[in-house]
Design a protein around this ligand. Structure first.
Ligand code: ADP
Length: 630
């Protein structure tokens, strides 16, 4: 063990020597023996002793008490006074310096040793206690929680650093001063009315009581704290003070609030989706892996004929036994392959409409969790029973219409074809009557014969047009890629006589090859060219046939320099039997443009005229470049 070092301050050399010898005999080291304070301080600085023995009465500028004071304050060393009973006054002063002991001269060796040992021990203990206190002070100050002791009335007794920082004060002193100008409740409670309850609860027992409490910081902001509060009592049961721990949970609270807000939004969205799900015109449901309903919307529940809630936990087999087999097979397939099955048409009878065969379009989609694992199947069901019925009716109607149309066409054909023969007979015999007996009856009879011949001829032309119409509409449309130059050639050929007689000038652009029906298209050009010649004026008829492309469409034109057409009638002329002139002015049946329009429309085109009275006419019709024909 290390020997304790002792410094002796004694101006009496003999006494000093005596003490030294005794102490050395006791086993102490003597660090120095000095006769004055000044000298002692020098020695202490060189080698720090463990204890100082000071004679109260010494020479020099400072007396023993003053030296002791300095040793205590500056060097923090324990010291023992060497004194004699006669120095009572000085002793009073010496007491104030809180020495570690007194040794009365002439000293007893045992007493000296005892006092020194006690002094050394006391000092050691004090040091230990001090560091302990320091430790607790540190804990108290630097704890992450705010700690306080307060009176029942609400005055702070002590607070730690953490609490002052938490509440926005720069140190404990400031917090205590500010709070104690009024009370804890008034100064730092957001709701001062809460404190009486906290206090009365704390006073009831010695236990901790926890609260969420809002505090007002120095800057006026709110701090949400978790307060743990209790009373500390004296042994006699009276209250010593109230102790509290405060943890700042503002951020946590904000986080909780944000989380709650997000959750609320999520719930709102969910409710919204629920609403959409339930009001969907499509039946929707989800089955789990055991094919039990985990969700179903109102629409599908209605189709099935049971309230939605009754489905949950049940299988389709239990709810809709007649069609469950198909549903189950779809579900199993989707579960196995993980793939959706789209647009399966399903027929069946449901309990909601017994005896009614219903049709649905059903679709199954795998139902996955967040990680993408299949946890069930979602079905969407679209009822198409009515649609199917309507479709069937439409189909029947179209079929009937087609039949009656065919009948009509047959009728038109029969009428035009079969009527022609007796008409021919009427015409032939009337003409024979005219040839043989003209002038043998009176004038009126000759005129009547003339009317019969004219009427019959007109009827013949009408029947011809009707026959053409029935041929066009009943004949199967055969389309092929044909060079329109040849079609125009073929159209003009039979009109050669008419063209020559009228000195008609016909010019034509280079024509393309298009997908058309040959006979029908010849009819179109023939009709347009004939009209262009027929409705001529006094000028030499000039006809131009043009072709151009506009927006992926061929536009063909047949223009003339004839009498023109009042724009008022531009639509009417394409209707059946519509003519703008008397027969004695311009001959015709009023079927030509009607037929032409029918043909163009069968080629997916359309026809129109641009004209004004007296300024010639331009008939245009279109044909799609890529003619996907009916
Ligand atoms: P039709 O030639 O037998 O009278 P269309 O259906 O071919 O019957 O023509 C209907 C009417 O349109 C004609 O009566 C005539 O008034 C008018 N029209 C047709 N083409 C021309 C034309 N190029 N110029 C003037 N008018 C025309």
């Amino acid at each position: 063990m290390l020997k304790s070092k002792i410094l002796i301050i004694e101006d009496d050399a003999i006494e000093a020597m005596d003490i030294r010898i005794n102490l050395e005999n006791m086993g102490y080291d003597i660090s120095a023996v000095t006769s004055s304070g000044e000298e002692a301080f020098q020695k202490i600085s060189q080698s720090k002793p463990d204890l100082v023995l000071i004679d109260i009465i010494i020479k020099g500028k400072m007396n023993g008490v003053q030296v002791a004071q300095k040793i205590k304050e500056e060097y923090d060393l324990p010291f023992i006074y060497l004194t004699s009973n006669s120095e009572e006054k000085t002793l009073e002063k010496a007491k104030l310096t809180e020495p570690f002991g007194y040794v009365i001269k002439p000293f007893d060796v045992i007493e000296l040793r005892y006092t020194i040992e006690i002094g050394l021990y006391k000092h050691k203990m004090e040091k230990k206690l001090e560091s302990r206190l320091q430790y607790f002070q540190n804990v108290f100050d630097n704890a992450p929680v705010g700690i306080f002791h307060s009176t029942i009335e609400g005055k702070f007794i002590r607070v730690n650093k953490a609490l002052s920082y938490m509440l926005g004060y720069s140190n404990q002193k400031e917090l205590i001063t500010e709070v104690n100008k009024s009370t804890v409740a008034d100064k730092i409670y957001y709701r001062p009315d809460k404190r009486p309850d906290f206090v009365s609860n704390a006073l009831k027992d010695d236990k901790w009581h926890s609260y969420k409490n809002e505090y007002v910081r120095k800057d006026g902001n709110m701090m949400i704290g978790e307060l743990r509060f209790r009373s500390i009592k004296n042994t006699d049961g009276t209250v010593k003070y109230l102790e509290g721990f405060i943890t700042d949970v503002t951020e946590q609270k904000e986080l909780e609030e944000a989380q709650m807000k997000t959750e609320m939004i999520a719930w709102d969205r969910l409710a919204e989706i629920d609403g959409i799900y339930d009001s969907s015109p499509i039946g929707l449901c989800t089955l789990d892996k055991d094919l039990r309903y985990i969700r179903i919307n109102e629409n599908l529940a209605k189709i099935n004929g049971f309230p939605a809630i009754k489905h949950i936990g049940k299988t389709p087999r239990e709810i809709i036994p007649t069609i469950s087999e198909k549903i189950e097979s779809m579900a199993k397939k989707t579960l196995k392959t993980g793939k959706s099955i789209m647009g399966v048409e399903m027929e069946g009878i449901t309990p909601s409409k017994p005896g009614v065969l219903r049709t649905w379009i059903v679709q199954s989609v795998p139902f996955k969790d967040i990680d993408g694992n299949i946890i069930g199947i979602s079905f969407s069901v679209l009822e198409i029973t009515e649609m199917k019925k309507a479709q069937k009716e439409l189909f029947e109607t179209v079929k009937k219409l087609k039949l009656s149309n065919e009948e009509l066409q047959r009728f038109a054909y029969v009428v035009s074809h079969d009527f022609k023969e007796p008409l021919r007979m009427v015409l032939s015999f009337t003409q024979l009557l005219e040839t043989r007996y003209k002038g043998q009856f009176d004038n009126e009879a000759d005129e009547f014969i003339g009317f019969i011949i004219e009427g019959s001829k007109r009827m013949e032309r009408l029947l011809d047009d009707l026959l053409t119409y029935s041929r066009i509409t009943s004949a199967e449309d055969k389309y092929s890629e044909i060079d329109l130059n040849t079609i125009i050639g073929e159209s003009i050929f039979p009109l050669k006589l008419l063209i020559d007689e009228n000195n008609v000038e016909i010019t034509c652009d280079q024509m393309p090859t298009v997908l058309i029906n040959r006979t029908q298209m010849i009819h179109v050009f023939q009709n347009l060219i004939t009209n262009a010649i027929k409705f001529r004026n006094n000028e030499t008829p000039r006809i131009h046939i043009s072709a151009k492309i506009e927006e992926n469409t061929w536009i063909f034109g047949v223009s003339d320099n004839g009498i023109g057409i009042d724009p008022h009638y531009h639509k009417r002329i394409f209707e059946v039997f519509q003519r703008l002139h008397r027969r004695d002015e311009y001959d015709g049946t009023g079927m030509g443009l009607f037929l032409t329009k029918q043909i163009i429309e069968r080629h997916n085109g359309h026809i129109w005229v641009e004209s004004e009275e007296g300024k010639g006419s331009k008939f245009y019709f279109t044909l799609p470049i890529e003619n996907k024909l009916i």
